[in-house]
Design a binder for this molecule. Structure first.
Ligand code: NI
Ligand code: MN
Length: 224
């Protein structure tokens, strides 16, 4: 299985026939090198409705006839826009053809591009091809991350480190500890000046607590 990082919080996971894209913010993303029209996927999963996450969802889902998986309010908005969507909510899980998705807590805010209410923001816990992947979305550090980690060994955790809107480096290191994830991949940094961070400092701090850290450049793919 492959994981491709498109910059900011946008991650594409899985083999071609089952490809999933999370938070597809490409248009207007200064560090992305992929274009929305070139994305091939079967599913779009969203953590929340903010423009730097919802991004090109409607275009990509339309072009690929992809299913959008999101919290109820976002899902109903997508259906109103004539896209296929599966509504979920926090704490719920559902098994899709590619694997299981659980929406977890995230402490942040959420609204849709038109300013309407988008429900609560979420994190995503994904069981796919024998791996457990956690995408924290945008969130503050919270102690219940420990429960997420206790529900099953997390192989890869995508954690925001940009500070200002989300956890910064030190809180994300604490999050990695609570989650007890094997490998941490930093996201949501260096896209804009206000969230500029030194990913190498994060890597050093993650390694100092005995965990692995993989810094992915936009456009980079890793095999897991
Ligand atoms: Ni946000
Ligand atoms: Mn964000």
């Amino acid at each position: 299985m492959e994981i491709k990082f498109h910059g900011h919080s946008c991650v594409q996971i899985g083999s071609d026939e089952n490809s999933i894209i999370i938070d597809p913010f490409l248009t207007g993303n200064p560090i992305a090198n992929a274009k929305a029209k070139d994305i091939k996927c079967k599913y779009v999963i969203l953590t929340h409705g903010h423009a730097d996450h919802f991004g090109d969802t409607l275009e990509i889902a339309g072009d690929n006839d992809a299913l959008i998986i999101a919290t109820a309010e976002i899902s109903y908005y997508c259906e109103k826009m004539h896209r296929k969507s599966h509504a979920m909510n926090l704490g719920g899980s559902f098994t899709f053809p590619f694997g299981k998705v659980k929406l977890t807590l995230a402490h942040h805010s959420s609204s849709l591009p038109d300013g309407s209410y988008a429900g609560d923001p979420a994190g995503i816990l994904l069981n796919i091809e024998g791996k457990t992947i956690y995408h924290a979305g945008d969130t503050a550090l919270f102690y219940d991350m420990k429960l997420i980690g206790e529900s099953g060994k997390i192989d890869y955790a995508f954690l925001p480190i940009g500070d200002n809107f989300t956890m910064g480096i030190d809180d994300a290191v604490k999050a990695a500890e609570l989650l007890n994830a094997d490998t941490i991949i930093p996201i949501h940094y260096n896209t804009f000046e206000v969230i500029k961070q030194d990913a190498n400092e994060f890597k050093r701090k993650i390694e100092s607590i005995g965990k692995k850290c993989v810094i992915m450049s936009p456009g980079e793919t890793i095999k897991i």
